[in-house]
Design a binder for this molecule. Structure first.
Ligand SMILES: O=P(O)(O)OC[C@H]1O[C@H](O[C@H]2O[C@H](CO)[C@@H](O)[C@H](O)[C@H]2O)[C@H](O)[C@@H](O)[C@@H]1O
Length: 396
């Protein structure tokens, strides 16, 4: 990747169809087209209810209310109490159909390991909704100790990075594992390893510094010039939403989140009106949709996908056929990373979701408890491979 180019314009390219041969998937792994209508095994096309399908693009102002409403799946258990049996059957059928196109990474685990057997896995993990369950209070999105142990374990065997929309310091506080690499603010704040890679070292936004343990690291902050503007916007957004009960504004360093999860649904339109209205005066910032959150971020050509590429480069894992990057994430911002892996045919994404969604991910997992199982399975598999002498030399 040439890190010097493509740095200023916010151009998001159209997706390119997946080439099965380029990805080099085993023949029993069927590539799919996320744009194609879902189908059942009998060949009949099933309709996924529209309201359940997330849109990938930033949403224009005239549709922001729809996007705000559709931005987070209702929790399945609660939802079942309120919907009729036939609606529930329809939803379950749509989910089953979707899972056929995006197989569970647990049931297809043997496929993943067959493909990974002679490769080095690099693992990229989103935080909220992936490693920690979605909760009402963003300050209480704690990771379970079982999850922390599993992430610690997995990082012993595979280079592992967390890429979050949160500020890097906040996600670091939640995860508290020094063996990982961290990217905050949707990849706009990366602390990665020092490696004599010219493209990383020469990048104008990359400096050498030391981490909390005094280790020399690269710090990459491509949106640093936006910091004063983001702070100004943060203060103003607090001010303009202060009378809306339940609204919460979070400073994620290079991004600002306006949460409306705890706002009465009747007031969502008001939240959107105020935020989108205010942001009209900031043409260099854009508003994107997360899970019951509006996210204000700089318009630069940088996202979680670019962060994956940057980290692979920093780790010396770019341009190598023997590396398999896997990205696990649950929301729209993770789609940039899924897209990069799909289009470069290097690795694959795993979408964490209990409902069908349009996605560039190849596999799925339903929730953080399945993510936990997946991470534990990777470690078990890696240990078993290490016990087989003929594979050992090639698998490390
Ligand atoms: O990239 P991520 O690590 O997934 O971060 C995305 C946003 O996550 C957080 O908000 C979400 O999780 C909260 C806690 O479960 C939940 O209350 C909220 O409704 C979700 O949107 C975080 O607070 C945001 O700042 C991140 O941008």
């Amino acid at each position: 990747m040439d890190l010097k180019s493509n740095h200023s314009s916010p151009v998001l390219a159209d997706p390119v169809p997946l080439s099965k041969s380029r990805l080099g998937l085993p023949s029993n792994m069927t590539p799919f087209s996320p744009a194609a209508a879902p189908y059942s095994s009998s060949g009949l096309y099933l309709q996924i209810p529209r309201r359940k399908v997330g849109k990938l693009d930033d949403v224009r102002a005239n549709s922001w209310l729809d996007a705000m409403k559709a931005s987070s799946p209702p929790r399945k258990k609660l939802n079942k109490d309120f919907i009729s049996e036939s609606q529930s059957d329809e939803t379950d059928a749509a989910y089953r159909t979707w899972v056929m196109n995006h197989p569970s990474a647990l049931t297809a685990f043997h496929q993943i390991t067959a493909y990974a057997r002679y490769k080095k896995i690099a693992l990229f993990l989103d935080y909220d909704g992936t490693l920690s369950p979605i909760v009402d209070n963003p300050d209480h999105a704690f990771m379970s100790s079982a999850m922390r142990a599993a992430v610690k374990d997995v990082a012993k065997y595979f280079p592992t990075a967390i890429i979050s929309g949160r500020s890097r310091s906040k996600v670091n506080e939640f995860v508290r594992l020094s063996e990982l690499y961290y990217a905050g603010s949707h990849g706009m704040d990366i602390m990665g390893p020092i490696r004599e890679s010219q493209s990383v070292d020469d990048h104008p936004d990359c400096i050498r510094t030391t981490d909390e343990q005094g280790k020399e690291v690269h710090l990459f902050q491509p949106a640093s010039e936006f910091l004063p503007m983001i702070n100004e916007v943060f203060d103003s957004l607090i001010d303009i939403t202060k009378d809306i009960v339940g609204a919460k504004v979070e400073n994620n360093k290079f991004c600002v989140s306006v949460h409306y999860r705890n706002v009465d649904e009747k007031m969502w339109e008001e939240v959107g009106k105020r935020v989108f209205g205010f942001m009209k005066d900031f043409p260099r910032l854009r508003v994107t949709h997360g899970r019951k959150v509006l996210e204000v971020r700089p318009i630069i050509d940088w996202n979680k996908g670019k962060a994956v590429e940057f980290l692979l480069e920093s780790l010396g894992l770019s341009h190598r056929d023997d590396v398999l990057p896997i990205y696990v994430g649950d929301d729209r911002t993770d789609e940039d990373a899924f897209k990069v892996l799909r289009e470069s045919s290097r690795g694959f994404g795993i979408l964490v979701s209990t409902v069908p969604k349009e996605t560039k991910a190849f596999y799925s997992l339903s929730d953080p408890s399945e993510v936990l199982e997946f991470l534990k399975s990777l470690v078990r598999w890696k240990k078993s491979v290490a016990l087989q002498p003929e594979d050992y030399m090639t698998a490390i």
